[in-house]
Design a binder for this molecule. Structure first.
Ligand SMILES: [Zn+2]
Ligand SMILES: [Zn+2]
Length: 508
């Protein structure tokens, strides 16, 4: 949540207009009236209209030029990157926040009959109801769902409202990257456009519209067992940092699953430039350096067959707030994990307040931070290339950054951790006692009979996800698809080791 973003008004004073709602968690934008500027400054673009807001120091826009600028930026972002094909099914991840709701409004705008350059993809909407993890009451959850439903219905796009509890019935295949060519520079883009134009001459616009409306509209309910399981999982996470990280991971898995099930090959996220700056900095603090490029870049190919795109990454939260207020983009306030927490409650929260303050005092610094991620993107090779599941992190599906050479500091840390574990087991543990099934009470070997132990699970995770799992009190509270897939991978790697040992012996 980026709150208290100030607006530089033309009349020369700075006023805190409203609490700006950011993607996924934030405060509702109170519909306050913009004071009429007393000084008649002209729009820098048309030189005629009266400026109503200033984006950067010298950019004053009138109402209609601001709208044009905002819409153009969205098209330009999609046009420049050329990753979305005509008639491709694209799932818009909407959280109710101003950023993702503006994204939805931009897609609607782009698909409208009178749009100058019509968008050609087939949109669908997904909302993940994470109320169970954030401690919202069922009444609160229902109220938000009803509000969102009316926004979604208005668009005419098919939509999915999915409770986070559904992660407890996900299949293990979610954790396996799909195989398809996610290369954004794919030369067949032009072919696809030509093909679309040819086909579309036969298809009238009404037919196309009804095809969209006929798509399945899905709303799933959650069982009481899953509700309890989710509560147990989140109460087993010891820190807010770990909770936020886990929520993010599970939400991604669920979106990925729904996208795959329904033939969506792209997922659009509403991350703004300000949001990505927060993500980038907190990722560094969380040890997610290796995943920076895919976590914050325009397109994220880590899942292989479903590509995540972030078309809002050029907008600041200030622009988004101004646009949604001026053009009445409906959004819904939904409290998140960090609502009502103080600035230092988690690493993510701390970074957020840092970036918010930075944005207020030094607006250009924020875009500098986020532009860093663009540079990273070109340096780090695409992560979609390796499809072998064992080479990817079990939880975030990024390339494993933990398979480092034996001379590194990271390896040294691992060795010393392992040594201390062995010592602990030797001194304080009676193996026979455990074998009798009486339980050792230490939560060590006995609990590992039911679920993979911390130590084992660790080998399948990237550095950052290891830290999250370290903050988990009960690994067996994780959803079954994660535990099952972990066991599968562990078995496979044990077999591999046995085979290589056998081959070595054989060679002697
Ligand atoms: Zn103008
Ligand atoms: Zn990971």
């Amino acid at each position: 949540m980026i709150s208290g973003v100030s607006f530089h008004l033309v009349c020369g004073f700075e006023a805190v207009m409203c609490q700006v709602e950011e993607d996924y968690n934030g405060l509702e934008c109170k519909q306050e009236k913009i004071p009429v500027p007393t000084l008649n400054r002209k729009c820098m673009k048309c030189k005629e209209g009266t400026a109503v807001l200033i984006i950067r120091v010298s950019d004053a826009f009138c109402r209609s030029c601001f709208k044009e600028y905002f819409i153009h930026k969205f098209r330009a972002m999609l046009g420049k990157n050329r990753v979305i094909f005509p008639q491709e099914k694209v799932l818009l991840a909407v959280s109710g926040g101003a950023a993702s709701c503006s994204m939805l409004a931009q897609v609607q705008e782009g698909l409208s009959r009178d749009a100058p350059k019509k968008l050609r993809f087939m949109p669908g909407i997904i909302y993940i109801d994470d109320g169970g993890a954030c401690g919202r009451s069922s009444e609160e959850r229902q109220r938000s769902i009803d509000q969102l439903k009316s926004i979604f219905t208005e668009t005419g796009f098919p939509y999915f409202i999915v409770p986070l509890e559904q992660v407890f019935s996900l299949p293990t295949s979610v954790l396996v990257p799909g195989t398809s060519d996610p290369d954004p520079s794919n030369p067949s883009y032009k072919q696809a456009v030509d093909q679309y134009i040819k086909e579309n001459q036969k298809l009238t616009e009404e037919e196309a519209a009804s095809a969209v409306a006929q798509l399945r509209i899905e709303e799933s309910v959650c069982s009481p067992e899953h509700k309890l399981a989710l509560e147990r999982l989140f109460s087993s996470l010891n820190t807010l940092t770990a909770k936020e990280d886990m929520l993010q991971t599970l939400r991604q898995h669920l979106i990925l699953h729904i996208a795959r099930e329904n033939g969506y090959s792209k997922v659009m996220m509403g991350d703004s430039c300000s949001r990505l700056a927060v993500k980038l900095l907190s990722n560094i603090a969380l040890g997610r350096g290796a995943a920076l490029a895919s976590d914050t870049g325009f397109s994220d190919p880590r899942y292989g067959d479903v590509v995540i795109v972030r078309p809002m990454r050029d907008y600041s939260s200030k622009e988004i707030a101004a646009y949604s207020r001026m053009f009445h983009v409906p959004s819904v306030f939904i409290s998140g994990l960090d609502t009502k927490t103080h600035d230092k409650a988690s690493i993510q929260r701390l970074t957020e307040s840092f970036v918010t303050n930075l944005q207020a005092d030094f607006p250009s610094t924020v875009s500098t931070i986020y532009r860093t991620s663009e540079k990273l993107h070109t340096v780090i090779p695409s992560q979609g290339q390796t499809t072998e599941p064992a080479s990817k992190c079990l939880l975030c599906l990024c390339a494993l950054d933990t398979n480092v050479d034996k001379a590194s500091a990271f390896h040294a840390t691992l060795v010393s951790e392992q040594l201390s574990q062995i010592k602990l087991q030797d001194t304080s543990h009676d193996a026979r006692h455990c074998a009798e099934g009486q339980g050792c009470g230490t939560g060590g070997c006995c609990s590992s009979n039911r679920s993979p132990e911390h130590q084992d699970l660790k080998t399948l995770l990237c550095y950052s996800c290891r830290l999250t799992i370290k903050d988990t009190g009960a690994v067996d509270a994780l959803p079954p698809y994660i535990i099952t897939e972990a066991e599968k991978r562990q078995k496979r790697s044990r077999m591999k080791m046995e085979i290589s040992e056998y081959l070595l012996e054989d060679g002697e």
